[in-house]
Design a binder for this molecule. Sequence first.
Ligand code: ADP
Ligand code: MG
Length: 464
Amino acid sequence: MLNALSSKLPAISDPFLVWRECLKHIKDNVTLMTFNTWFIPIKPLELDGVTLKVQLPSQFFWEWIDEHFNTLITKTIRQVLGPEAKLAYLINEEASAPSELRPKQSIVQNKHIEKPRQKDFESHLNPRYTFDNFIKGEGNQLARAAALAISDNPGGTSFNPLFVYGGVGLGKTHLIHAAGNKILETYPERRAIYLSSDTFTVDFVEAIQSNKVNDFSGFYRSMDVLIIDDIQFLIGKEKTQDLFFHVFNTLHQSRKQIILSSDKPPKELRGLDERLISRFQWGLTADIQPPELETRLAILKRKSDDYGMTISIEILEYIANNITSNIRELEGCLIKLLASASLNSVNIDLDLTKKIVKEIATDRKVNITIETITKIVCSYLNITEDKIRDKSRKKEIVLARQIAMYLSKELTRSSLKSIGLQFGGRDHSTVIHAHNTIEDAMSKDPSMISLVKTLKTQIEILSS
Ligand code: ADP
Ligand code: MG
């Protein structure tokens, strides 16, 4: 077989054709995900006798390939080019590790100018979230400046990781997307990906089930920019945290940019691995505070212009004075006004505005469901969802159930009866009892207040 192939060899002298031939063999021997992650990004450069020179996107890439696919690659290239054939790697220096980390002399270094290239994965960056439409205010000044700085020089500043935290609807997701978008605008060749820590966890569980943990971890380690939103959802997920810890280390060591967001600062992420908490503090931690009146007005002005609405300053001020702690709601209010006015062919006046501001307060409750509450409480307190609904009298399960009932009464418009039914067919007096018990516990124990607050925030995030 080998000889038969080798005898045909002189016909192939173009590096692209040789590599294409190699890819055909490789594809039959690895999973599709492995193929897309590790082989598609390899670029053939030139053929020097029986040595095929290819370019790899980073040092880490090379190490991974060398460790996992060396045998396969050697075998393949020999099949295609003959028994003496070799592959020589060149690493894209721009995007790779400091030179002292580079092992083995077999690597020739070369500098290449970055140019756009079809990526083998989705970055999941939303192009609508940019710095241009992110209004600057006192509350987001530091976070914005830091995000801009790392966008100019990803991985090259001491802001690594950049850790942005703050309450719901204050612009964390917008800002970290803006950073990712700007990086790709300047460095289109970089491998940047955005995802929430929830998605990371779900994908990880799938990777475990399908025996592809190595591919999964390798994929994230191959990134130049890793953006993870709502990192607090890793709490209680020990295995995912452990894997993320290793991904974090690999990326940080090779000066890849890591951007994280959370609802609270690292040291308050109780239940998260201490090693992660300490690493999160290596770079820059920047908070986003609720916008002051002037910023709220500026946001309303900008958004209403964007929607092509002309709204009097009196109305904008009414909104800004009544919706104070969530930018998503400011935006929602304008959209509702616009919809309502055009649907009913009426003008946007103060009465309509008042009505809509009131509806928004009510909506806060409508969006939250008992399922979401159950999901968050169970995941945070590390118990399964069926336990909370069954008859268990175990102390920690009773407590979780009472907290979930308390939150359901506080955050939804469900009746006591319906809440009771959804927690294993209990009656309304059980719900009242649970509510009183938790209120009582909060009045005596500050840690209960903080637990309930944390859960509330997470529920709000998941429901918004
Ligand atoms: P978070 O992730 O903190 O919950 P988001 O980033 O989802 O908040 O922001 C909620 C909404 O408010 C988004 O539509 C976003 O575009 C908008 N927004 C937040 N901050 C700003 C800002 N400073 N300027 C303009 N729009 C903003
Ligand atoms: Mg968000």
